[in-house]
Design a protein around this ligand. Structure first.
Ligand SMILES: Cc1cc2nc3c(=O)[nH]c(=O)nc-3n(C[C@H](O)[C@H](O)[C@H](O)COP(=O)(O)OP(=O)(O)OC[C@H]3O[C@@H](n4cnc5c(N)ncnc54)[C@H](O)[C@@H]3O)c2cc1C
Length: 412
Protein backbone atom coordinates (compact mmCIF):
# COMPACT_ATOMS: atom_id res chain seq x y z
CA UNK A 1 0.00 0.00 0.00
CA UNK A 2 1.36 3.40 -0.94
CA UNK A 3 2.31 5.70 1.87
CA UNK A 4 0.76 9.15 1.53
CA UNK A 5 3.03 10.86 4.00
CA UNK A 6 5.59 13.54 3.08
CA UNK A 7 9.03 13.47 4.69
CA UNK A 8 10.93 16.72 4.23
CA UNK A 9 14.69 17.04 4.66
CA UNK A 10 16.05 20.56 5.17
CA UNK A 11 19.70 20.67 4.13
CA UNK A 12 21.05 18.79 1.12
CA UNK A 13 24.52 17.91 2.35
CA UNK A 14 25.87 14.45 3.11
CA UNK A 15 23.54 13.84 6.07
CA UNK A 16 20.47 14.97 4.11
CA UNK A 17 21.36 12.97 1.01
CA UNK A 18 22.14 9.77 2.90
CA UNK A 19 18.92 10.17 4.87
CA UNK A 20 16.95 10.39 1.59
CA UNK A 21 18.73 7.30 0.32
CA UNK A 22 18.00 5.40 3.53
CA UNK A 23 14.31 6.34 3.46
CA UNK A 24 14.06 4.61 0.11
CA UNK A 25 16.27 1.63 0.95
CA UNK A 26 14.24 1.08 4.14
CA UNK A 27 11.12 0.87 1.99
CA UNK A 28 9.44 4.24 2.51
CA UNK A 29 7.10 4.79 -0.45
CA UNK A 30 5.80 8.24 0.49
CA UNK A 31 6.94 11.60 -0.82
CA UNK A 32 10.57 12.60 -0.04
CA UNK A 33 11.53 16.26 -0.51
CA UNK A 34 15.20 17.22 -0.13
CA UNK A 35 15.68 20.98 0.16
CA UNK A 36 19.13 22.55 -0.19
CA UNK A 37 20.12 26.20 -0.34
CA UNK A 38 23.21 25.54 -2.51
CA UNK A 39 23.08 25.44 -6.32
CA UNK A 40 24.77 21.99 -6.40
CA UNK A 41 23.22 18.61 -5.76
CA UNK A 42 24.59 17.06 -2.51
CA UNK A 43 28.36 16.63 -2.38
CA UNK A 44 31.06 15.56 0.05
CA UNK A 45 33.26 18.26 1.52
CA UNK A 46 36.54 16.44 2.41
CA UNK A 47 37.92 16.70 -1.17
CA UNK A 48 37.38 20.49 -1.14
CA UNK A 49 40.49 21.00 0.99
CA UNK A 50 42.45 18.05 -0.40
CA UNK A 51 42.02 16.40 -3.82
CA UNK A 52 40.26 19.33 -5.49
CA UNK A 53 42.92 21.83 -4.36
CA UNK A 54 45.72 19.40 -5.20
CA UNK A 55 44.22 18.67 -8.60
CA UNK A 56 44.14 14.92 -7.84
CA UNK A 57 40.33 14.68 -7.71
CA UNK A 58 37.89 15.57 -10.47
CA UNK A 59 35.15 18.03 -9.58
CA UNK A 60 32.34 15.67 -10.62
CA UNK A 61 33.56 12.87 -8.31
CA UNK A 62 32.55 14.72 -5.15
CA UNK A 63 28.79 14.28 -5.46
CA UNK A 64 27.01 11.87 -3.16
CA UNK A 65 24.81 10.50 -5.96
CA UNK A 66 24.76 10.54 -9.76
CA UNK A 67 22.67 13.38 -11.19
CA UNK A 68 19.94 10.94 -12.25
CA UNK A 69 19.73 9.16 -8.89
CA UNK A 70 17.17 11.53 -7.35
CA UNK A 71 14.61 11.18 -10.13
CA UNK A 72 15.21 7.43 -10.36
CA UNK A 73 14.45 7.08 -6.65
CA UNK A 74 11.58 9.52 -6.68
CA UNK A 75 13.35 11.95 -4.37
CA UNK A 76 12.31 15.52 -5.08
CA UNK A 77 15.63 17.35 -4.83
CA UNK A 78 15.28 21.12 -4.85
CA UNK A 79 18.51 23.08 -5.00
CA UNK A 80 18.68 26.87 -4.44
CA UNK A 81 15.81 26.33 -1.98
CA UNK A 82 16.58 27.77 1.43
CA UNK A 83 14.12 26.90 4.17
CA UNK A 84 13.47 30.18 5.96
CA UNK A 85 10.74 29.26 8.38
CA UNK A 86 9.38 26.28 10.23
CA UNK A 87 5.79 26.25 11.52
CA UNK A 88 5.62 23.27 13.86
CA UNK A 89 1.94 23.62 14.67
CA UNK A 90 0.96 23.56 10.99
CA UNK A 91 3.70 21.02 10.09
CA UNK A 92 4.95 23.32 7.32
CA UNK A 93 8.25 24.73 6.14
CA UNK A 94 8.45 27.92 4.10
CA UNK A 95 11.00 28.49 1.37
CA UNK A 96 12.71 31.80 0.56
CA UNK A 97 10.32 32.36 -2.39
CA UNK A 98 7.29 32.03 -0.09
CA UNK A 99 6.27 28.50 -1.09
CA UNK A 100 5.11 26.34 1.78
CA UNK A 101 5.60 22.59 2.01
CA UNK A 102 3.70 20.40 4.45
CA UNK A 103 5.56 17.62 6.21
CA UNK A 104 4.61 14.61 8.26
CA UNK A 105 8.19 14.16 9.46
CA UNK A 106 11.00 16.67 9.11
CA UNK A 107 14.76 16.15 9.24
CA UNK A 108 16.96 19.15 9.95
CA UNK A 109 20.34 18.47 8.32
CA UNK A 110 21.43 22.06 7.90
CA UNK A 111 25.09 21.45 8.77
CA UNK A 112 27.43 24.16 9.92
CA UNK A 113 28.87 27.41 8.61
CA UNK A 114 32.37 28.86 8.99
CA UNK A 115 32.85 31.38 11.76
CA UNK A 116 34.14 34.77 10.81
CA UNK A 117 36.36 37.23 12.68
CA UNK A 118 35.06 40.60 13.88
CA UNK A 119 38.11 42.52 12.67
CA UNK A 120 38.61 45.47 10.32
CA UNK A 121 39.26 44.44 6.72
CA UNK A 122 37.38 41.14 6.90
CA UNK A 123 35.34 42.14 3.80
CA UNK A 124 38.35 42.89 1.59
CA UNK A 125 38.72 40.97 -1.67
CA UNK A 126 41.03 38.01 -1.32
CA UNK A 127 39.78 37.16 2.18
CA UNK A 128 38.30 33.69 1.77
CA UNK A 129 36.65 30.88 3.73
CA UNK A 130 36.16 27.24 2.85
CA UNK A 131 32.90 25.38 3.17
CA UNK A 132 31.41 25.03 -0.32
CA UNK A 133 32.50 23.82 -3.74
CA UNK A 134 32.43 27.42 -4.91
CA UNK A 135 34.79 28.37 -2.03
CA UNK A 136 37.17 25.59 -3.05
CA UNK A 137 37.09 26.74 -6.69
CA UNK A 138 37.85 30.28 -5.53
CA UNK A 139 40.83 29.14 -3.45
CA UNK A 140 42.13 26.99 -6.32
CA UNK A 141 41.95 29.98 -8.65
CA UNK A 142 43.54 32.39 -6.17
CA UNK A 143 46.33 30.23 -4.74
CA UNK A 144 48.97 29.40 -7.31
CA UNK A 145 52.75 29.24 -7.53
CA UNK A 146 54.24 32.12 -5.50
CA UNK A 147 50.95 33.32 -3.96
CA UNK A 148 51.46 34.61 -0.43
CA UNK A 149 48.73 32.86 1.55
CA UNK A 150 48.06 33.64 5.19
CA UNK A 151 45.87 31.07 6.93
CA UNK A 152 44.23 32.24 10.14
CA UNK A 153 43.51 29.22 12.31
CA UNK A 154 45.59 26.03 12.61
CA UNK A 155 42.72 23.57 12.83
CA UNK A 156 42.05 20.71 10.41
CA UNK A 157 40.80 22.85 7.51
CA UNK A 158 43.51 25.49 7.95
CA UNK A 159 46.25 22.86 7.96
CA UNK A 160 44.82 20.91 5.03
CA UNK A 161 44.63 24.07 2.93
CA UNK A 162 48.16 25.01 4.06
CA UNK A 163 49.40 21.61 2.86
CA UNK A 164 47.58 21.85 -0.47
CA UNK A 165 48.77 25.43 -0.99
CA UNK A 166 52.40 24.46 -0.33
CA UNK A 167 52.02 21.66 -2.85
CA UNK A 168 50.71 24.28 -5.31
CA UNK A 169 53.86 26.35 -4.73
CA UNK A 170 52.36 29.07 -2.54
CA UNK A 171 54.22 30.73 0.35
CA UNK A 172 52.18 29.83 3.40
CA UNK A 173 52.02 31.50 6.82
CA UNK A 174 49.68 30.16 9.49
CA UNK A 175 48.53 32.36 12.39
CA UNK A 176 47.14 30.64 15.47
CA UNK A 177 46.15 31.91 18.92
CA UNK A 178 47.21 28.69 20.70
CA UNK A 179 50.85 27.72 21.06
CA UNK A 180 50.59 24.73 18.69
CA UNK A 181 48.25 23.56 15.90
CA UNK A 182 45.38 21.25 16.91
CA UNK A 183 46.56 21.57 20.49
CA UNK A 184 43.16 21.16 22.12
CA UNK A 185 42.40 17.91 20.26
CA UNK A 186 45.82 16.30 20.22
CA UNK A 187 47.71 17.65 23.21
CA UNK A 188 51.21 19.14 23.06
CA UNK A 189 53.29 16.15 21.95
CA UNK A 190 51.24 15.20 18.91
CA UNK A 191 50.37 18.79 18.06
CA UNK A 192 54.12 19.45 17.90
CA UNK A 193 54.45 16.58 15.41
CA UNK A 194 51.92 18.32 13.13
CA UNK A 195 53.79 21.63 13.50
CA UNK A 196 57.05 19.87 12.54
CA UNK A 197 55.40 18.25 9.52
CA UNK A 198 54.30 21.62 8.20
CA UNK A 199 57.56 23.37 9.01
CA UNK A 200 59.44 20.68 7.08
CA UNK A 201 57.28 21.60 4.11
CA UNK A 202 58.10 25.29 4.46
CA UNK A 203 55.06 26.60 6.36
CA UNK A 204 55.82 29.53 8.68
CA UNK A 205 53.82 29.61 11.93
CA UNK A 206 52.93 32.50 14.23
CA UNK A 207 51.67 30.89 17.44
CA UNK A 208 50.11 32.72 20.38
CA UNK A 209 49.13 35.34 17.83
CA UNK A 210 45.81 37.10 17.42
CA UNK A 211 44.92 38.86 14.18
CA UNK A 212 44.07 42.50 14.81
CA UNK A 213 43.33 43.76 11.32
CA UNK A 214 43.43 42.98 7.60
CA UNK A 215 44.64 45.84 5.42
CA UNK A 216 44.45 46.60 1.73
CA UNK A 217 43.07 48.98 -0.85
CA UNK A 218 40.06 47.00 -2.03
CA UNK A 219 42.05 43.78 -1.98
CA UNK A 220 43.85 42.38 1.05
CA UNK A 221 47.58 43.07 1.11
CA UNK A 222 48.56 42.75 4.78
CA UNK A 223 47.62 40.91 7.97
CA UNK A 224 48.35 42.80 11.18
CA UNK A 225 48.84 40.80 14.37
CA UNK A 226 48.22 41.99 17.93
CA UNK A 227 51.93 42.40 18.64
CA UNK A 228 52.25 44.72 15.63
CA UNK A 229 53.76 42.12 13.26
CA UNK A 230 52.68 42.84 9.68
CA UNK A 231 52.49 39.92 7.24
CA UNK A 232 52.34 40.35 3.46
CA UNK A 233 49.35 38.58 1.94
CA UNK A 234 47.83 38.09 -1.50
CA UNK A 235 45.14 35.77 -0.10
CA UNK A 236 43.90 35.23 3.46
CA UNK A 237 41.95 32.15 4.52
CA UNK A 238 39.86 32.50 7.66
CA UNK A 239 39.70 28.99 9.14
CA UNK A 240 38.62 29.51 12.74
CA UNK A 241 36.03 26.78 13.02
CA UNK A 242 32.34 26.42 12.29
CA UNK A 243 29.03 27.05 14.06
CA UNK A 244 26.02 24.77 13.65
CA UNK A 245 23.20 26.20 11.47
CA UNK A 246 20.55 26.24 14.19
CA UNK A 247 18.68 29.48 13.38
CA UNK A 248 15.66 27.70 11.88
CA UNK A 249 15.34 25.34 14.85
CA UNK A 250 15.81 28.16 17.36
CA UNK A 251 13.12 30.33 15.78
CA UNK A 252 10.76 27.35 15.84
CA UNK A 253 11.33 26.93 19.57
CA UNK A 254 13.24 23.65 19.43
CA UNK A 255 15.84 23.10 22.13
CA UNK A 256 19.24 24.29 20.96
CA UNK A 257 22.54 24.28 22.83
CA UNK A 258 25.67 23.95 20.70
CA UNK A 259 23.52 22.33 18.00
CA UNK A 260 19.97 21.03 17.93
CA UNK A 261 19.43 18.81 20.95
CA UNK A 262 18.33 15.31 19.98
CA UNK A 263 17.94 12.06 21.88
CA UNK A 264 19.83 8.88 21.04
CA UNK A 265 17.43 8.20 18.14
CA UNK A 266 18.21 11.69 16.73
CA UNK A 267 14.73 12.97 17.57
CA UNK A 268 14.24 16.51 18.85
CA UNK A 269 11.78 17.36 21.61
CA UNK A 270 9.18 17.55 18.79
CA UNK A 271 8.23 13.95 17.94
CA UNK A 272 8.00 14.78 14.22
CA UNK A 273 11.33 16.58 13.88
CA UNK A 274 14.77 14.99 13.78
CA UNK A 275 18.30 16.31 13.31
CA UNK A 276 21.48 14.71 11.94
CA UNK A 277 25.02 15.57 10.87
CA UNK A 278 27.03 18.59 11.99
CA UNK A 279 23.97 20.40 13.34
CA UNK A 280 22.86 17.69 15.78
CA UNK A 281 23.95 17.58 19.40
CA UNK A 282 23.25 13.95 20.29
CA UNK A 283 22.59 12.37 23.64
CA UNK A 284 25.10 9.60 22.92
CA UNK A 285 24.15 6.30 24.54
CA UNK A 286 27.69 4.84 24.67
CA UNK A 287 29.55 8.01 25.64
CA UNK A 288 26.81 8.92 28.13
CA UNK A 289 27.17 12.56 27.21
CA UNK A 290 25.96 15.07 24.67
CA UNK A 291 28.23 15.08 21.64
CA UNK A 292 28.13 17.19 18.49
CA UNK A 293 30.46 15.84 15.83
CA UNK A 294 31.60 17.92 12.84
CA UNK A 295 32.95 15.09 10.71
CA UNK A 296 32.22 13.25 7.50
CA UNK A 297 31.55 9.78 8.96
CA UNK A 298 29.00 11.22 11.38
CA UNK A 299 27.06 12.81 8.51
CA UNK A 300 27.32 9.58 6.52
CA UNK A 301 25.89 7.41 9.31
CA UNK A 302 23.62 9.73 11.25
CA UNK A 303 21.59 10.68 8.13
CA UNK A 304 20.44 7.06 7.65
CA UNK A 305 19.97 6.61 11.41
CA UNK A 306 17.65 9.64 11.46
CA UNK A 307 15.78 8.24 8.46
CA UNK A 308 15.18 5.00 10.34
CA UNK A 309 13.96 6.98 13.35
CA UNK A 310 11.57 8.93 11.07
CA UNK A 311 10.17 5.55 10.08
CA UNK A 312 9.57 4.71 13.72
CA UNK A 313 12.60 2.49 14.36
CA UNK A 314 14.22 3.06 17.72
CA UNK A 315 17.56 1.29 17.29
CA UNK A 316 19.37 4.57 18.05
CA UNK A 317 22.68 6.03 16.99
CA UNK A 318 25.76 4.87 18.88
CA UNK A 319 28.62 5.29 16.38
CA UNK A 320 31.86 6.46 17.90
CA UNK A 321 33.12 9.81 16.62
CA UNK A 322 35.61 9.19 13.80
CA UNK A 323 37.47 11.45 11.42
CA UNK A 324 40.40 11.46 9.06
CA UNK A 325 42.80 13.89 7.47
CA UNK A 326 45.42 13.85 4.73
CA UNK A 327 48.26 16.38 4.76
CA UNK A 328 51.29 15.93 2.44
CA UNK A 329 52.26 12.26 2.84
CA UNK A 330 50.57 11.94 6.24
CA UNK A 331 47.26 10.11 6.42
CA UNK A 332 45.49 9.84 9.74
CA UNK A 333 42.32 8.45 11.30
CA UNK A 334 41.08 9.32 14.79
CA UNK A 335 38.33 7.57 16.70
CA UNK A 336 36.83 8.08 20.10
CA UNK A 337 35.98 10.91 22.39
CA UNK A 338 37.64 12.45 25.42
CA UNK A 339 35.25 14.05 27.92
CA UNK A 340 36.05 17.74 28.46
CA UNK A 341 38.46 18.19 31.36
CA UNK A 342 39.38 14.48 31.59
CA UNK A 343 42.95 13.58 32.54
CA UNK A 344 44.45 11.29 29.94
CA UNK A 345 47.63 9.30 29.44
CA UNK A 346 49.14 9.24 25.97
CA UNK A 347 50.59 5.94 24.79
CA UNK A 348 52.44 5.66 21.48
CA UNK A 349 52.79 2.38 19.60
CA UNK A 350 55.20 2.66 16.69
CA UNK A 351 57.53 5.40 15.53
CA UNK A 352 56.42 8.97 16.21
CA UNK A 353 59.57 10.40 14.59
CA UNK A 354 58.91 8.58 11.30
CA UNK A 355 55.20 9.42 11.58
CA UNK A 356 54.13 5.78 11.54
CA UNK A 357 52.34 5.11 14.78
CA UNK A 358 49.13 4.62 16.70
CA UNK A 359 48.46 6.97 19.60
CA UNK A 360 46.10 5.96 22.39
CA UNK A 361 44.59 8.24 24.97
CA UNK A 362 43.62 6.30 28.09
CA UNK A 363 41.62 7.37 31.12
CA UNK A 364 42.35 5.28 34.23
CA UNK A 365 43.72 2.53 31.96
CA UNK A 366 40.70 2.50 29.65
CA UNK A 367 41.21 3.44 25.99
CA UNK A 368 39.13 6.57 25.26
CA UNK A 369 40.51 7.51 21.85
CA UNK A 370 43.01 6.30 19.29
CA UNK A 371 44.70 7.84 16.29
CA UNK A 372 46.53 5.89 13.59
CA UNK A 373 49.02 7.84 11.51
CA UNK A 374 50.28 6.22 8.30
CA UNK A 375 49.27 2.84 9.78
CA UNK A 376 46.23 1.30 8.16
CA UNK A 377 43.49 -1.28 8.73
CA UNK A 378 43.49 -0.66 12.49
CA UNK A 379 40.50 1.57 13.07
CA UNK A 380 38.18 -1.40 13.72
CA UNK A 381 40.27 -2.87 16.58
CA UNK A 382 40.91 0.65 17.92
CA UNK A 383 37.17 1.28 18.02
CA UNK A 384 36.63 -2.14 19.64
CA UNK A 385 39.14 -1.20 22.34
CA UNK A 386 37.29 2.07 22.93
CA UNK A 387 33.95 0.31 23.17
CA UNK A 388 35.47 -2.20 25.60
CA UNK A 389 36.90 0.73 27.58
CA UNK A 390 33.47 2.32 27.79
CA UNK A 391 32.30 -0.91 29.42
CA UNK A 392 35.17 -0.65 31.92
CA UNK A 393 37.88 -2.84 30.30
CA UNK A 394 41.38 -1.82 31.34
CA UNK A 395 44.38 -2.43 29.06
CA UNK A 396 47.99 -2.79 30.16
CA UNK A 397 49.86 0.24 28.75
CA UNK A 398 52.89 -1.97 28.04
CA UNK A 399 50.74 -4.10 25.72
CA UNK A 400 49.29 -1.03 24.03
CA UNK A 401 52.82 0.26 23.42
CA UNK A 402 54.13 -3.09 22.16
CA UNK A 403 53.60 -3.52 18.41
CA UNK A 404 54.33 -7.24 18.79
CA UNK A 405 51.00 -7.63 20.61
CA UNK A 406 48.26 -7.34 17.99
CA UNK A 407 45.38 -4.97 18.66
CA UNK A 408 42.93 -7.80 17.96
CA UNK A 409 44.61 -9.80 20.72
CA UNK A 410 44.18 -6.87 23.11
CA UNK A 411 40.51 -6.62 22.21
CA UNK A 412 39.93 -10.26 22.96
C1 LIG B 1 36.70 21.77 3.38
C2 LIG B 1 36.23 20.69 4.31
C3 LIG B 1 36.99 19.55 4.47
C4 LIG B 1 36.57 18.56 5.34
N1 LIG B 1 37.35 17.45 5.50
C5 LIG B 1 36.98 16.49 6.35
C6 LIG B 1 37.80 15.35 6.55
O1 LIG B 1 38.87 15.22 5.97
N2 LIG B 1 37.37 14.39 7.42
C7 LIG B 1 36.21 14.49 8.09
O2 LIG B 1 35.87 13.60 8.87
N3 LIG B 1 35.38 15.57 7.93
C8 LIG B 1 35.75 16.56 7.08
N4 LIG B 1 34.96 17.68 6.90
C9 LIG B 1 33.69 17.78 7.66
C10 LIG B 1 32.52 17.17 6.89
O3 LIG B 1 32.55 17.54 5.56
C11 LIG B 1 31.21 17.60 7.56
O4 LIG B 1 31.18 17.03 8.83
C12 LIG B 1 30.00 17.20 6.74
O5 LIG B 1 29.97 17.90 5.54
C13 LIG B 1 28.72 17.45 7.51
O6 LIG B 1 27.65 17.12 6.70
P1 LIG B 1 26.19 17.70 6.97
O7 LIG B 1 25.32 17.12 5.89
O8 LIG B 1 25.83 17.55 8.37
O9 LIG B 1 26.34 19.28 6.76
P2 LIG B 1 26.77 20.12 5.49
O10 LIG B 1 27.77 19.38 4.69
O11 LIG B 1 27.14 21.47 6.02
O12 LIG B 1 25.42 20.24 4.65
C14 LIG B 1 24.34 21.01 5.11
C15 LIG B 1 23.68 21.64 3.91
O13 LIG B 1 22.50 22.30 4.32
C16 LIG B 1 22.44 23.57 3.70
N5 LIG B 1 21.55 24.42 4.50
C17 LIG B 1 21.81 25.08 5.65
N6 LIG B 1 20.74 25.77 6.08
C18 LIG B 1 19.75 25.53 5.18
C19 LIG B 1 18.41 25.96 5.06
N7 LIG B 1 17.84 26.75 5.98
N8 LIG B 1 17.69 25.53 4.01
C20 LIG B 1 18.24 24.72 3.06
N9 LIG B 1 19.51 24.29 3.12
C21 LIG B 1 20.26 24.68 4.16
C22 LIG B 1 23.89 24.01 3.69
O14 LIG B 1 24.12 25.05 2.78
C23 LIG B 1 24.56 22.70 3.25
O15 LIG B 1 24.49 22.56 1.86
C24 LIG B 1 35.36 18.70 6.04
C25 LIG B 1 34.60 19.87 5.89
C26 LIG B 1 35.03 20.86 5.03
C27 LIG B 1 34.23 22.11 4.88
Amino acid sequence: MDDHRTFVIAGAGLAGATAAEALRSEGFTGHVVLLGDEPERPYERPPLSKGLLLGTAERDTVHVHRAGWYAEHDVELRTNSAVVDLDRAAHRVRLADGEQIRYDKLLLATGAAPRTLPIPGIDLDGVLQLRTLADSDQIAAAVTDGTRLVVIGAGWIGLEVAAAARTRGAEVTVVETASLPLQRVLGDRLAAAFADLHREHGVVFHFGARTRELRGAGRVSHVVLDDGTVLDADVVLIAVGVSPNTALAERAGLRVDNGILVDSTLRTDDPDIFAAGDVANVDHPLLRSRVRVEHWANALHSGPAAARAMLGRTDGYDRLPYFFTDQYDLGMEYAGWIPPGATTDLIIRGDLGRREFVAFWTIDGRVAAGMNVNVWEVTDPIQDLIRAGLKGAVVDPADLRNSAVSLEELVS
